[in-house]
Design a protein. Structure first.
Length: 329
């Protein structure tokens, strides 16, 4: 039977203007980095995408090399579009990126015009799309002139391959320089995608102020620190978890007993407010006025439901924020 989205899907989700643009984004977005690859269960990914859309999540975040194998998350998303979401294309904001290792040889990595344009063409093909809504340069490339990379982003918009462009993992100084180039080219930078969570606060050291000044929106990735800021690891490492599966070694160097102990103490603060730790971690990143959206990952439908439910919570009080600071100090 054809998928029919929940008619109430726009009633509860708050949407926030992305920087000084006209585009509004849901406060929670869903990323397909993990659990949508070629070796993952298609029906689970499909169920998560459908539930997300039913809950008002209009924004789905991809990249050329999400999988594994590389490219397979975009293929999965293409199948989900074909089966369920394509009739709602104009209700969706779909993003992709290039900037990390994708194919062999000198043209499948970093920031050249050659790489970015070819990679986006491949992404569009895998997803069966005519354009993406947002295309990002995935990380700064010190070897390519910034003028070339930003020129490629401008070309990508002018050629109709993307509606907006963004930067990911750029530090404040490079962000300012890139934003100035893009502005001069007439393709303003819409959005920045940095990591940010209770365990990773680098954006507080200048980036958020820069984005606010430049009028650039901000979508923060790994707000749950890949699962460590949930109740998942408080009593050991379940086999059926990212750390238990050790997917692509992505948690290497991040997982430690000291972090789990901090999570246990943060969990007490969360439960005192009637939230799960994962939900308080989202309330906490979203408290920053410069943060447009929290970009979560999920391995099952219930995690998406938990995240969206966090949006109904009361803001953190001064006392709760102080308790959190004491734990993190
Ligand atoms: P999160 O920090 O949100 O971690 C998500 C993981 O946490 C889930 O897959 C799940 O892992 C666990 N989890 C989520 N909710 C719960 C819950 N309620 N209870 C218990 N466990 C939970 O984000 P990700 O690290 O997955 O990144 C999110 C997205 O950000 C990516 O998909 C991608 O789009 C983007 N990203 C961008 C990067 C960039 O360089 N621009 C880099 C990395 C990510 P489990 O499997 O253990 O259940």
């Amino acid at each position: 039977m054809a998928y029919r989205p929940d008619p109430a899907r726009y009633q509860a989700m708050p949407y926030q203007r992305c920087g000084r643009s006209g585009l509004k984004l849901p406060r929670i977005a869903l990323g397909l980095w993990q659990n949508f690859g070629g070796s993952d269960l298609f029906e689970n990914g499909r169920a998560m995408a459908r539930r997300a859309f039913d809950l008002g999540i209009t924004h789905f975040d991809l990249a050329n090399n999400y999988g594994p194998p590389y490219g397979s998350a975009e293929e999965t998303f293409g199948r989900i579009l074909e089966k369920d979401l394509a009739p709602f294309r104009d209700e969706l904001v779909i993003s992709s990126k290039a900037g990390y290792d994708m194919w062999p040889g000198p043209y499948g990595d970093r920031g050249s015009r050659k790489y970015l344009v070819a990679s986006l063409d491949q992404s569009l093909k895998r997803m069966g799309l005519g354009y993406v809504d947002i295309f990002y340069h995935h990380r700064p490339d010190p070897e390519t002139p910034l003028e070339e990379t930003m020129g490629a982003l401008d070309f990508i918009v002018r050629s109709g391959r993307a509606l907006y462009v963004g930067l990911s993992n750029y530090p404040p100084e490079a962000t300012r320089a890139a934003a100035a180039l893009l502005r001069d080219l007439g393709t303003p930078c819409l959005i920045h995608q940095p990591s940010y969570s209770l365990f990773n606060r680098w954006v507080e050291d200048g980036l958020l102020d820069t984005l606010d000044l430049e009028g650039i929106g901000c979508i923060v990735f790994s707000p749950l620190y890949q699962g460590l800021l949930t109740d998942k690891y408080l009593r050991g490492v379940p086999q059926d978890s990212r750390a238990g599966r050790n997917q692509g070694g992505t948690l290497k160097g991040k997982f430690s007993e000291a972090k789990v102990e901090l999570a246990r103490r943060l969990d007490v603060v969360a439960r005192r407010r009637g939230q799960k730790l994962s939900q308080m971690a989202l309330t906490w990143v979203l408290r920053q006025p410069a943060v447009t959206s929290a970009l979560i990952g999920a391995s099952r439908v219930s995690q998406i439901e938990d995240a969206v439910a966090a949006l109904a919570a009361a803001p953190l009080t001064g006392e709760e924020l102080a308790a959190i600071e004491t734990i993190l100090a």
